[in-house]
Design a protein around this ligand. Sequence first.
Ligand code: TYC
Length: 110
Amino acid sequence: MSANPDKPLDDGSVETGIITKTRPKTKKPSMYKVLLLNDDYTPMEFVVHILEVFFGKTIEDATKIMLHVHQKGVGLCGIYTYEVAQTKVNQTMDFSRKHQHPLQCVLEKD
Ligand code: TYC
């Protein structure tokens, strides 16, 4: 606790000063969208599985997102910091390649 500027000291004098508050400089990280692209070959169940496993979606949300991508061509899986977003893109692409599906997943600055 610092000295109370309103309370006189024992010798009768009053402390004066400028109250300063330092705030550590913090910057919010840039955020990145992870987008899923439609194609004609990847099975719907496979896309739903990816959304559940790598993006933590419920089966209901995963199905909604998959159908949105199927109908509109592109859809949002989530918004993350750069490293998390890039990891999810890599996991999706690696897993799709391993199962010989052409599914494409991309990152876009928010
Ligand atoms: N269009 C695919 C099909 O009819 C399904 C699909 C959905 C593929 C979403 C990719 O990101 C995708 N089997």
